[in-house]
Design a protein. Sequence first.
Length: 121
Amino acid sequence: MLINELSKKTGVTIHTLRYYENLGLIQGTADENVKTNNYKNYDESVIERIQIIAEAKEVGFTLAEIKKMLESWFGGTLKEKELHKLFSEKIKEIDTKIKQLKQMKKRLEKVVKEVGNGLEC
């Protein structure tokens, strides 16, 4: 399938798909016999990769982390123990961010209260 069909099937913009391809997250193949255009074909496995990318982004993984994960996963080198460690580390990172956000919220609530009591900025 061409990139426009891939975009329709996945709901990901063509621009984003090209960006993913430039990063090496997905890969299309060009017909070597055709010299007049740069059209690439994408097989059904690319749809699975895009779904994995979307899910991983949704839970906070960076594109660099996702690239490593995809390479290991599809290369057959990702072990269950490594996957467990990767996800556990991401959970810790999220917990840290939640703690920081709660502290920021407390500070803002304090400022709102002080401003409400007539404190000038």
